[in-house]
Design a protein around this ligand. Structure first.
Ligand code: ZN
Length: 460
């Protein structure tokens, strides 16, 4: 009876469209779809809804509740998700898009095709949006930001850009990602650079305040204070690469909005300063320090890596990490433990922590998309509960980036969600057991994406 009913329903619907004179039947994204039976982790931090139901229409969540409470409208598609777990699509607050390509990394790879490949990789891994942090240049990032936000590429994550970052001259070189940055040497120049970015409607201004272990003189307080002031005058927020504890305290006093990385150490004074500046938030970006000591996913190679990255690139990373030199291992383990204690301390104090991966950065082979899933595990290893980690990677990061319609499975939000084969509240690494990814209410074709990643990489 079912197929016949469906045919009759389709026939009726077609008749109605013809009467309305519509040239085209509704696309899958416009058609109402009722998803039933999953465990729903909505991204609101509340207990999951078992046996949930949610109705999606025109790419948005129309109703969210329990199975049986929500009726399918006539002509609706029904999707049975019994046994699955649904989470909101993830959001990456810190990445560097467009530079990595197979075994190379550099500005020569910064093309429309490569940026879109990266955004499709994010989508493949269940990520709905990613914020590129200061390494973009030219008109292309703004065009692609607007095009991905408008849904021009249905299987690509939304690309957000800080445009060109603001860096001290000593940090800029042709062979690093700061080649794109505005060189900042004077207060007037700092203000002018912010003024150039403001009309481009960037989500954040990115700057670097780091002495690189004493090797360089970082941006002076006078200059970064000018950046903060000019940004705030233009209703923009500033994300700063800074990891040193003393530096972090000065930045809090100066009015920093977003720490782009976890701070290397956290003490009570820092916690107090965060509390005095309740709008200041921090992105995790723990991947670099942790993976040099802990990378079980490289041996054996996790299927998600094997199906998206070519063998020679995997082999290169296997030669680099995890470290084998015992002195280096001990140093790295100690620095990871300090970072982890910091995460636990900030989290316990209620400081807002979002998730950033630094994926695509130049520490080498930060496999785009995959790094989100290791980052979730890093945060859980540092002591956050899986429920807290999921909120951090969804609602909180959406808030930090000012993306109003992502980060939760809730009425009115864009229907971007991930269907998992196992419950990430039991074990956060279950975030890797991806069954389907939906963007704007439509499942992306992951098999086709996979084929594209491997053939694009092979063409290099
Ligand atoms: Zn970065």
């Amino acid at each position: 009876m079912r197929p016949l009913h469906a045919l009759v329903a389709v026939g009726l619907a077609v008749a109605i469209w013809s009467q309305q004179g519509a040239a085209q039947p509704p696309t899958a994204s416009q058609r109402a779809t009722l998803f039933e039976g999953a465990r729903l982790i909505a991204g609101d931090g509340l207990a999951p809804i078992e046996n949930a139901a949610f109705l999606v229409e025109n790419g948005r969540f129309i109703r969210v509740g329990r199975k049986g409470e929500i009726q399918a409208p006539a002509g609706a598609i029904r999707v049975d998700l019994t046994g699955k777990t649904v989470i909101p699509a993830l959001i990456d607050g810190h990445s560097h898009i467009g530079y990595m390509k197979h075994l190379t990394s550099g500005a020569q790879n910064y093309t429309r095709e490569n940026i879109l490949d990266h955004m499709r990789r994010f989508a493949y891994f269940g990520i709905a949006a990613s914020q590129s942090m200061g390494s973009d240049f030219g008109e292309l990032p703004f065009q692609l930001r607007d095009e991905t936000a408008a849904g021009k590429y249905p299987d690509a994550a939304r690309f957000f850009t800080a445009g060109r970052g603001l860096a001290p001259l000593v940090e800029i070189s042709a062979d690093n990602m700061r080649q794109a940055a505005f060189p900042i040497t004077t207060v007037a120049g700092a203000r002018a650079s912010v003024q150039e970015l403001a009309p481009r409607k960037v989500k954040l201004i990115k700057t670097w305040v780091d002495d690189r272990g004493g090797a360089i003189r970082p941006l002076s307080p006078e200059l970064y204070r000018a950046i903060f002031d000019e940004a705030h005058r233009n209703n923009l927020r500033v994300a700063v690469h800074a990891t040193d504890l003393a530096q972090a305290k000065e930045l809090l006093r100066a009015g920093i909005d977003v720490f782009a990385h976890m701070i290397s150490d956290v003490d009570d004074e820092l916690i107090d300063l965060f509390k005095q500046h309740p709008k200041t938030v921090i992105l995790s970006a723990l991947g670099g320090p942790r993976r040099v000591i802990f990378a079980p996913w490289l041996n054996p190679v996790h299927p998600l890596i094997r199906e998206t990255v070519l063998p020679e690139q995997i082999a290169r990373l296997q030669r680099r990490i995890p470290l084998t030199d015992s002195a280096q291992l001990a140093t790295s383990a100690a620095s990871w433990e300090r970072l982890a204690r910091g995460v636990a301390k900030l989290s316990a104090a209620g400081i807002k922590i979002g998730v950033g991966t630094d994926g695509g950065g130049q520490q080498g082979d930060q496999f785009l998309g995959w790094t989100m899933h290791t980052e979730l595990e890093n945060l859980a290893a540092a002591g956050m509960t899986p429920a807290q980690v999921i909120v951090a990677a969804t609602r909180t990061t959406a808030e930090i980036l000012g993306i109003d319609d992502l980060g939760m499975v809730a009425v009115g939000k864009s229907a971007d969600f991930v269907v998992l084969d196992a419950n990430p509240l039991d074990d956060i690494t279950n975030s890797r057991k991806i069954s389907q990814v939906y963007l704007r209410g439509v499942a992306i074709d992951r098999a086709q994406l996979r084929a594209g990643f491997m053939s694009m990489a092979a063409a290099n």
